[in-house]
Design a protein around this ligand. Sequence first.
Ligand code: NAG
Ligand code: NAG
Length: 706
Amino acid sequence: MFCFGLLQTHASKMSASWISLTFLCTMVCMWTSVDCWSYYYSNKTMNWEQARDWCKTHYTDMVAIQNQEEIAYLNDWLPKKPTYYWIGIRKINDVWTWVGTNKPLTDEASNWAKDEPNNGKTTQTTGNNEDCVEMYIKRREQTGKWNDERCGKPKTALCYSAACKNDSCLYGDCVETINSHRCECYEGFYGEKCDQIVKCNKDEVTVPDKGSVNCTHRYGDFFYDSLCQYSCEEGYNLSMTRPLRCTASEAWSDQPPTCELVQCPGLSHPDRGSMTCSDPLGLSSFQSTCVFTCDEGYVRSGSSSDVLQCEATGNWNASQPSCNPVQCSSLTELENGFINCGDDANTKFTYENTCTFSCAPGYKLVGSETVTCMSSAEWSESMPHCEAITCQTPEKEDHLIVQCSGLESDLRPESTCSFSCEAGFELQGEQTIQCSGNGEWNEVAPTCKAITCQIPEKGDHLIIQCSGLESDLRPESTCSFSCEAGFELQGEQTIQCSGNGEWNEVAPTCKAISCPAPEISPRGVVSCTPSPSSPPSADTQYPLGTVCTFSCDEGHELQGDLSMECAHPGQWTSTSPTCTAVRCPLLEAPENGHINCSASESVYNSQCSFTCDQGYSLEGLERLTCDHHGNWTAEKPTCKEAEPPSEITAIASGVTVGGAVSLSGLSLAMWLLKRLRQKVSKFELNSNSDIEAPPQVYKNSTENLL
Ligand SMILES: *[C@@H]1O[C@H](CO)[C@@H](O)[C@H](O)[C@H]1NC(C)=O
Ligand SMILES: *[C@@H]1O[C@H](CO)[C@@H](O)[C@H](O)[C@H]1NC(C)=O
């Protein structure tokens, strides 16, 4: 049996340490000391596995090297063995591991010999699975150091047995030392076996205003690790939330906390709105209430509530509202047109913004040109729309035939409509009209008017008789004409309205019926009733009913009718009479006498003188003159045997009135009688005109010898 003392270097630090100097070293351990950490080794060699089994069977386990002191101690104490000693380190999954604790070997704790571990690389048999560790003891070089070796090699087992028992330390850890152990007390405990507890001052645990405290004790009232948890009434927060703890230094971990009124984050007045708060406990604190309102045209947003209350959690029960402009429905598309709501995408459809509408070419806006977003979130006007610009179908007047380019229901600008009329009607207005860009026709549509002929002009004295109404003389209508009495028609008696609204002939006129100027024979004179006011000429016309009376110069005799009348149809009732010179009977020389006439023919005013032979005296007028009746102024004288003058001659001479004309009373009476007998019928015809208008007398001037 071998026992070795080990100076416990930590003894001075321990308040209650003890040192065991008992060592037991034997092949079969008969060790009796109970409070000693002891080493043992085998007499025989064995491989690593067998060595560990042997240690675990007889002791605690294979040796785990704690420090250099321990190494020095072992190197000093153990006998030299040629194969050295197995220790409790092994390569597991390529990591050097303490097999007792199953923890990897750290660099600090390593105590490898020079160039180790090498896994046998220095020998020819490299890769030798040198997975176990031996410790050199009493080697010439590198003594106390470690070397990796194949686990199957036979070496001496090096074991230990622990000194600590379950009840070695009450509130602390038992630490093995070489051949001994010590207690490392837990915090708050002291004493050799860690059975004493630290205590704190109970009076320091005060209760704050609006708060309460609840202590829990792990080891006893207000001993180490007692916890005093504070809490506050609703709406108050602890200035420190962690509990007060009784620490190992016999002091509480903290000062007792206070209860502080819960604060909510400050709220701000919203733009375009207002906020009214009431603060019963403190500004913007627990139970403060704020009411938000938005200006007209703005609505709450970013919050579910108009009224915010500060809750015990320090949060408002809803988020801070802001006032956003009312949003009207978005206007996206205008068929065949454009919407302009401004460029700012955020304000396009918001309160007070105005959108403007326009239409594509060929379309016109129907409805409002602009709309404004109102506070009610509605647009001020209903949406307009774009309508194709079309002209209205021309009205279908009676008898009008319309022919349009394109559908009548869709007459766009540039479209045209042409017109014609049914037969018998004519177009009044443009034949073709065109739809202009503003949807209006460039001209009014024409109408159809019945083709009619104008009423013939009512010339003087004209009597018109038409088939049908005078105001509606259609083609084929006829008008017939006649003249008042005394007039005759000049032109067609009947005219017809032709298809183009024109008469086939001009309307006739009425002309007064008249007779041509009467012929006046040489030595003739005419007198007409009534007669043209101006001096007549060869062209003068004499109205119907005119009566012309003729006479001849003295010494001439009328041949034909004394008068004539202008009668239908413009003809004199007779031809004009002629005047022939009066001739007296041819005188021969009286018996026993001679005759001497002034002219060879016994015309008016020619004279014949008579002389008697010697012895005879002329009985009667010596000279006879041919008067205008063709009578000699006296009986042809005779030549008698000379006798005194008679009474008859004296009487005849007595009635002779001076001048060229001398008629005896008897011969004048006889002429008148003869004249009356000849012309009585003619004078009776126009006795009236003789009275009313005294006849004016015209005569053929060239032949006027009076
Ligand atoms: C917040 O609290 C106020 C006051 O109690 C209440 O009127 C409101 O409705 C609450 N809001 C919400 C979102 O709960
Ligand atoms: C006839 O009368 C004229 C004139 O009176 C006269 O000159 C002439 O000699 C007369 N002749 C004869 C045959 O007497």
